[in-house]
Design a protein around this ligand. Sequence first.
Ligand SMILES: [Zn+2]
Length: 176
Amino acid sequence: MNRRYFLSSSIALGTLLACSKLPLGRTSLDDKTKKDIYSLKAQGVKKVTRTNEEWKRILNPNQYRVTREKGTEAPFSSPLNEEHEQGIFECVACELPLFSSAAKFDSGTGWPSFWQPIAKENVREEVDTSLSETRTEVLCARCDSHIGHVFEDGPRPTGLRYCMNGVALKFVQGKV
Ligand SMILES: [Zn+2]
């Protein structure tokens, strides 16, 4: 990556973060209807692309294994499973806001679980046939980090269960 590209991508990243964070500060938890949360968009998600070597410098080995190699953390291993404070769960690799504490619920699985992402466009879904059961993989829309899977056995109002690896997320308290 040359310096010019790095600078331009850094500026773009900063702009994206600013755009995505502004509406959050104006929204109280009480207003968190499904419609409200889906309106918290990232104003267009611009891709962040790095080499594996670059990711290895940014991420610790556990984060790298899950996000870049589609690993799965052991259930009940992440402190974020028991995180009940208000805040935003960002992608650990690129800090794109992915989930709000307002949509978090205790699924009993041992993985942090949410009934919807903070904005549809902030996550990308792919069919995952790596196991005998076909699953839907959830990735960060900005940096393509593997975050977890989504299942259709979640609570109302969406009926979805975003089953996430806590190690792929970074919790930022108090931003909701
Ligand atoms: Zn990301």
